[in-house]
Write a protein that binds this ligand. Structure first.
Ligand code: ADP
Ligand code: MG
Length: 315
């Protein structure tokens, strides 16, 4: 096989929603166009790219619509919210990439893969759901949903009640071989949206979707390992990762190794729910044999790949 440099690029929420005031579909598409320009730069430099993405806000919108339309229409289970958002976001990225390649005269095509991610049905996360999803509810509604729809609900300090679901660890990307084949055939792939649609397997290998969510950085890391990616790039809202983030003694990191990443993580430098899972996902990628990972923001992808910015984490 030819020597292709393969990168899994996990794009964060800021690649689709810039701020609260810009979350309409045209706004999301405009943001996607901008992000895909940076991805196209990478591709123009010779990288084969799998783009993965989050879907938290988009799933929230579907759940809200579903909630408001309850008197008339069926509810949308969480695994279907995942599938719907993978399709819609895949569509945006494919179209933005298509138009960008056309503009540059690049002979390249993008394709999206609806991706399922296997989780262990005995994952301890299922016994203590912790990830809030959907709208806030009053106590009566929360208790009703808990009784009639088997939701786990929790009170969120004064703000009302919310449904919580499990966030199990991804075990296998079901469509990894399909994604690898597409990459080898020269396609740009959009996949593992929202970390993949969580599915469990029975003793015969049959898959069933579950009402859970997967961390997109963990799902992307697993895909990067499964396809033997040369680079795992996490594109988010910061140009670099810092020690003592947002404190007077903040110190930006240029290049660290696996052992430093583990130590800084243990020292609590990376916030839970934002930078923490990214570093953990990168540590897992490097522990499974990955060589290098990079964290930067979309605008700086080109500069970071040229070595002039971003935070590089290497085995
Ligand atoms: P995404 O949507 O890309 O997953 P997140 O908001 O989950 O983005 O995570 C990225 C955010 O992590 C950054 O915007 C930053 O505010 C925050 N963050 C937390 N700790 C750090 C750190 N040590 N260095 C840099 N950023 C950090
Ligand atoms: Mg995040």
């Amino acid at each position: 096989m030819s020597q292709k440099k393969v990168a899994v690029v996990a794009v964060g929420g800021n690649s689709l929603i810039k701020d609260e005031a810009h979350r309409s579909i045209p706004d999301q598409y405009a943001a996607a166009q901008e992000s895909m320009r940076h991805i196209a730069d990478m591709i123009a430099q010779g990288w084969e790219v799998v783009v993965t993405h989050g879907n938290g806000p988009q799933v929230g919108f579907i759940l809200r619509r579903s909630e408001l339309a309850r008197h008339e229409l069926h509810a949308v289970p969480l695994d279907f919210c995942g599938a719907d958002t993978q399709g819609a976001i895949g569509y945006m990225f494919q179209q933005a990439l298509h138009n960008e390649f056309l503009r540059r005269g690049m002979r390249k095509q993008a394709a999206s893969v609806v991706t399922q991610t296997l989780v262990d049905r005995n994952d301890p996360a299922f016994s203590k759901p912790s990830k809030p999803i959907g709208s806030f509810m009053d106590e009566a509604m929360a208790k009703d949903r808990a009784a009639n729809e088997k939701w786990t609900v929790v009170e969120d300090a004064g703000r009302g009640w919310r449904r919580v679901v499990a966030s199990p660890l991804p075990k296998r990307i079901i469509e990894a071989d399909a994604i690898r084949a597409l990459i080898q055939a020269g396609f740009v792939v959009v996949g593992v949206g929202g970390g993949g649609i969580p599915v469990i397997e029975d003793e015969h290998g049959n898959l069933t979707g579950v009402e859970a969510v997967i961390d997109k950085d963990f799902g992307s890391s697993l895909l990067a390992s499964m396809i033997g990616a040369d680079l795992f790039l996490i594109s988010t809202a910061v140009e670099k990762v810092a020690l003592h983030y947002n404190k007077p003694n903040q110190q930006w990191l240029d290049r660290i190794n696996l052992e430093q990443a583990r130590r800084y993580q243990a020292e609590g430098h990376f916030a839970k729910g934002s930078m923490g899972p990214k570093i953990e996902a990168i540590i897992a990628f490097l522990e499974r044999g990955g060589k290098q990972a990079l964290i930067t923001d979309p605008e700086n992808i080109g500069n970071a790949l040229a070595g002039s910015t971003g935070t590089w984490i290497e085995s």
